[in-house]
Ligand binder design. Structure first.
Ligand code: FAD
Ligand code: SIN
Length: 522
């Protein structure tokens, strides 16, 4: 069966949901999402959303902080757009029902994170993303034009390729006509035709062995667009969060928000000594790439598995009020943060690169937009400033919605699109092959394409990944399509893109640190 919808949105995090609310008065909307409707990176965001909020702060300061963190590689226009329009978009989130913490005097309680020169992070305790997701979903559920299809997995977008035309990476006129969607409860593949498709599939944390991202983060949208011959950029810039909780066996890793360091917590080695003064004058609140690399260096030179975050000197009441979720988690593991230091270690956290989009969120494929973590707007450059990603998602969702609404009436549904072709794929999936290959991909990426890289390591990663790629393509050709098989295929694609872009960049800059290359000078 073929379904038709004006706006097809793939993903139900902050990007997909806020876009849906903006376009829904102008046409029919499907939100396709592969797990429960609220499962997303958004749901786990802790620190908050950055925005210029008081007179001491200024648009220019936030812009400069973003540019500095980005290592000279940000698209300055994108930075200006996000920061300038951001405050208004955050106000809209508040109007939609998102609650951010206030101080006793009624002003917002603004936190500070690494790389920010001012307190400017609006937050809801240490579960900001959960609160934003709750507020957006409440509104989305009430809108009569929006249908949420949970447990529906987008396999591939539909282009002229599916009409039998040749599409290559040189093709200038690729058009998106919708997507093939797997209902993971019935295992049926549906053809959804759309006038406008929005990719809002989030990050790709699970291409590494340790990540703060939930299991949905397998880079599907980026891989779908790459396969469809859309442009993808800046994939070498993988952000490792310096402080995920060191708790071997726990996957994904639990995040210890950077806002705790903004609240006074200090990084120390196992012997209780501070070390950040050796790396940056901003100490524990230096931008993330610097802190993660400093920790990585301490671990490697000292032969230790983790460092400590010392909160013992912090006011107990204030800490528990601001970070109740983290406090509860630590206590459950027997770490009372006022008695013991919290063991932490870097983990893959955020992908700065992604689907190349313009200032309206349009990809290089016609009628296909991308917003949120799967998109690359140029805001982050070589390293994302903390709490800028939720902001980027709402600003670009707004812009993409405006463009989508303006063009909708000129668009029609494509005729003659065939249904999914399952010929020759009768074999049942062999889970052992899939899970083992996924582990291998994650090990390759963590061992050779992590915080510190070298040409030799990248070459080795490329060669190893190629073997897994060939094996998996052969498996994919013969096997009935499942979510797990597609996710593995996408993770291999993401790994390939990260390595390829890393090999192409002959300098050390931001999150791409090569042992033998000089640091990039602006
Ligand atoms: P997501 O919120 O990840 O949503 C993606 C959606 O796409 C999900 O619904 C997923 O199920 C769906 N999906 C994916 N693939 C498919 C498919 N093939 N078919 C159908 N559906 C699919 N940023 C900040 O600015 N501030 C913070 O404080 C902050 N803290 C963070 C803490 C943690 C632990 C993590 C993991 C991230 C944090 N980030 C933070 C980053 C930020 O949360 C994300 O970048 C942002 O939420 C991404 O939003 P999104 O809508 O693009 O993607
Ligand atoms: C954090 O709370 O430390 C995460 C913030 C972010 O990733 O932007």
């Amino acid at each position: 069966m073929q379904q038709k919808v004006d706006f097809l949105i793939i993903g139900s995090g902050i990007a997909g949901l806020s876009y849906a609310l903006k376009v829904a008065d102008h046409g029919s909307v499907f939100i396709v999402t592969k797990s429960n409707e609220d499962e997303s990176n958004t749901k786990y965001a802790q620190g908050g959303i950055a925005a210029v909020w008081h007179d001491k702060d200024s648009i220019e300061k936030h812009i400069q902080d973003t540019l500095i963190a980005g290592g000279g590689l940000c698209d300055e226009e994108a930075v200006r757009v996000v920061v300038t329009e951001g405050t208004e978009r955050v106000r809209e989130l508040i109007e939609l029902g998102a609650n951010f913490d206030k101080k006793k005097d009624g002003d917002y309680d603004l936190a500070k994170e690494g790389g920010h020169s001012e307190h400017r992070i609006l937050h809801h305790k240490d579960i900001t993303g959960y609160e934003i997701e709750r507020a957006l979903l409440t509104r989305v559920r009430k809108h009569k034009n929006i249908t949420i299809l949970d447990h529906h997995y987008s396999i591939d977008i539909i282009t002229q390729h599916h009409l039998g035309e040749e599409v290559t990476s040189q093709s200038k006129d690729v058009k998106c006509f919708g997507a093939y969607i797997l209902d993971t409860k019935t295992q049926k593949i549906e053809t959804v035709l759309s006038k406008i498709t929005m990719m809002a599939t989030g990050g790709a944390g699970h291409v590494y062995a340790t990540t703060t991202n939930p299991v949905i983060a397998t880079g599907d949208g980026i891989a779908m667009v790459y396969r469809a011959k859309g442009r993808v950029k800046d994939m070498e810039f993988v952000q490792f969060h310096p402080t995920s909780l060191y708790n071997p066996g726990e996957h994904p890793s639990f995040l210890i928000t950077e806002a705790i360091r903004g609240f006074g917590a200090v990084l120390k080695t196992l012997d209780g000594k501070e070390f950040m003064h050796k790396y940056d004058e901003r100490l524990s609140l230096a931008p993330r790439d610097i802190v993660a690399r400093a920790i990585d260096n301490e671990l490697k030179t000292r032969g230790e598995d983790f460092v400590y975050l010392d909160c013992r000197h912090i006011d107990r009441k204030g800490f528990i009020e601001h970070f109740p979720n983290i406090y509860e988690k630590c206590m459950k593991l027997g770490v009372d943060p006022f008695i013991k230091m919290i063991p932490v270690v870097p983990a893959m956290h955020y992908l700065c690169g992604g689907i190349q989009v313009n200032k309206e969120g349009q990809s290089t494929i016609h009628n296909l937009f991308a917003v949120g973590e799967c998109a690359c707007t140029g805001l982050h450059g070589a390293n994302r400033l903390a709490s800028n990603s939720l902001l980027e998602a709402v600003v670009f969702a707004h812009r993409a919605a405006k463009t989508g609404i303006d063009t909708l009436s000129s668009l029609t549904f494509q005729e003659g699109i065939p249904n999914w072709d399952a010929e020759g794929t009768e074999n049942a999936e062999e889970m052992i092959l899939i899970t083992q290959s996924q582990r291998e991909v994650q090990q390759i990426m963590s061992n050779y394409v992590g915080i510190v890289r070298s040409e030799l390591r990248l070459k080795r990663a490329f060669d190893r990944l190629e073997i897994i790629y060939k094996e998996n393509e052969a498996l994919y050709e013969q096997t009935t399509v499942t979510q797990k098989l597609c996710e593995l295929r996408n993770l291999i694609c993401i790994g390939y893109l990260i390595i390829k872009h890393a090999i192409q960049r002959k300098e050390s800059v931001g999150l791409h640190y090569m042992v033998h290359y000089k640091e990039h000078v602006k």
